[in-house]
Write a protein of this length. Structure first.
Length: 87
């Protein structure tokens, strides 16, 4: 499937392409020729994977969209901070 062909010549075509891909994934499509560098298209495909159950435990979605400040803010960060200040 050449995904961008459906939106050729349209304004904001990446949104149309992303919507098309989401619908195609819902209908059973498993692969497409697309540009993964367009944020709208990538987000639509990742969202479709979550909703279709293709992204187990939403792991890919969470790792892509997690707040950067949340990384390392758990118990291990406190433990490492204590060790670093004791030296």
């Amino acid at each position: 499937c050449g995904a961008s062909n459906v939106s050729f010549g349209l304004p904001n075509r990446h949104i149309v392409t992303g919507t098309f891909l989401s619908m195609a994934i819902g209908a059973g499509m498993t692969s497409a020729i697309m540009n993964p560098l367009h944020a709208e298209v990538k987000a639509a495909v990742m969202g479709a994977d979550v909703l279709m159950g293709n992204d187990e435990n939403c792991a890919a979605w969470i790792s892509q969209h997690r707040d950067p400040g949340a990384e390392g803010s758990g118990r291990s960060a406190r433990r490492n901070r204590r060790r670093n200040t004791a030296s």
